[in-house]
Ligand binder design. Sequence first.
Ligand code: GDP
Length: 302
Amino acid sequence: EKIFSGFTKTRDNLAVVDELLLYWNLAETDRVLDELEEVLLVADFGPKITFRIVDKLREDILSGKLKSGAEIKEALKSIVLEFLMKKGNKTELQLGFRKPAVIMIVGVNGGGKTTSLGKLAYRLKSEGAKVLMAAGDTFRAAASDQLEIWAERTGCDIVVGEGEKPKASSVLSRAVKRGKEQGYDIVMCDTSGRLHTNYSLMEELIACKKAVAKVVSGAPNEILLVLDGTTGLNMLPQAREFNDVVGISGLILTKLDGSARGGCVVSVVDELGIPVKFVGVGEGVEDLQPFDAEAFVNAIFS
Ligand code: GDP
């Protein structure tokens, strides 16, 4: 499975955990936990999660609940899994019954927004859905062309901007209208991703949301935030801002095939309380996988 190769860097970082725990005995607890702490920090779990994990392990070791290195490792895995699964996080897409369902993809430029939209469209189309793309990134000149390539590659239809300076919200509005009139199951909306410090982007995203709501009388079914996995914990402030302004229903973490330090996945889920729905593990059409928390934990602590 690609997801397993996807996390090699993280797994390499964490491989030392096994060795560490193999030689654990009660007298060595402090040293072993100090080292474990360091390893988790390097893998980008972030200080908050790391300290909580280590504290919990220490407590269970000292109370006699954990009696061997193997038990400690299992406990470590289940604590991490718990962080990923809490708040009844739904990792599957929630598309409801309204037709068309609307998925908005947001995120900063370069994170993998357009690519992820293309890969997700491919997946949904393979599952039998009639998918329409909307080229809502009207700010970056090449974005529309790039999405058109994905439309061709995946055999999906697309609505692009018209005229000199098309407004993103108008493109989305037209797309959702067409989706409704022509019986599409899903409309997938790309959006602009110029730097989030530029506040007008957030205003534009709000306008996009409203434009969709006006046509289908309801919010988009999913607003997925695409985050570049290689930026590790640095993605947090950015993710918070998007969530505060537009309300994010799920995350797509991209480039986990590269040098991503996968521990940040745990921190992001914990900090934002938003589930990861998909992970990007390459640039091809099939390189987007539904996020499976258990498989993820097994992959990084294998
Ligand atoms: P956007 O500006 O957010 O729309 O980002 P793009 O979709 O244009 O992606 C930026 C670059 O990252 C492109 O070269 C993509 O091929 C690449 N990319 C996107 N997702 C992944 C991924 O999961 N893995 C790898 N290795 N590259 C990716």
